[in-house]
Design a protein around this ligand. Sequence first.
Ligand code: NAP
Length: 282
Amino acid sequence: MARLHRVTIVGLGLIGGSLGIAIRKKRLAREVVGYSRKAKTLAQAKRLGAMDAGTSDLRRAIADADLIVLATPVDLIAPMLARVAPHLKRGAVVTDVGSTKAEVVRFCERALPRGAAFVGGHPLAGSERRGIAAARPGLFDGAVCILTPGTRAGRSATAAVVRLWRGVGARVLTMTPAMHDRLLAQASHMPHALAFCLTAAAEPAALAIAPKSFLDATRVAASDAELWDDIFLSNRQAVLAAMRRFDRRWNELRSLLSRGDRQRLTTFLHHASRTRQRLHER
Ligand code: NAP
């Protein structure tokens, strides 16, 4: 791929740090610059090889960058974009890694100056851990990365972001921000919501004997609460729609149980079981 001159990563946590490490390892840019408000994070990022140089001066961090990756918590992506927008060089491409897209893309497209482009991004990779200490090479190897270019993003801006993610080993899918949010609400946000609820609803004596099935089904309930309140709220409409979709199935199951309808209950379970088994075959 054509080598980028300078990539700047704003927010050196699990995702930003891992991306910096991967970009440097694969030599996708001549220079990776990192921005963090904390000297301690910058020192750790340097030690881990997540950047060539770092600064707590945002304006300096993005000076002369041709690609800027916003990797802060979701609710800070739009404010960060507003801060970097006046200082972008002409032709700069801005992308992000936020877990929800419609609100972010809408805001970022409006706030960008002429001559710059925004391409939303979301790598489906991560863990329950946070911060630069959790960053690791290979996090994106074989992962899917969804890109949601806005209406103003030209072909070359999108191509640059596609090359970046392919370069770090990800498989890239492109869709609209609304489609991203709808699918992620069902495939990621609902499982987290259900895991939080299952954990909250179990009485202590049940938790004390929780078998592996409970632990498997609730693993993600150990995720960071501040990351997840952010994700739920920034994708509120799509999560509520996914809850209504879930309600229909839940009520169906409840009704089959209350009627003691074994035949239909078996059909219901069989259908879900087959669907889940097919996921292994992918
Ligand atoms: P993280 O490890 O907590 O990193 C976030 C970074 O943002 C921290 O390094 C922090 O830097 C910086 N930050 C926090 N508040 C800030 C502020 N007020 N001003 C400036 N910088 C601030 O989080 P993450 O898991 O990498 O998530 C980052 C983004 O990736 C989020 O938008 C999330 O939705 C998305 N994402 C996460 C996952 C996942 O599994 N974790 C997966 C895909 C996408 P300092 O505190 O060091 O300054």
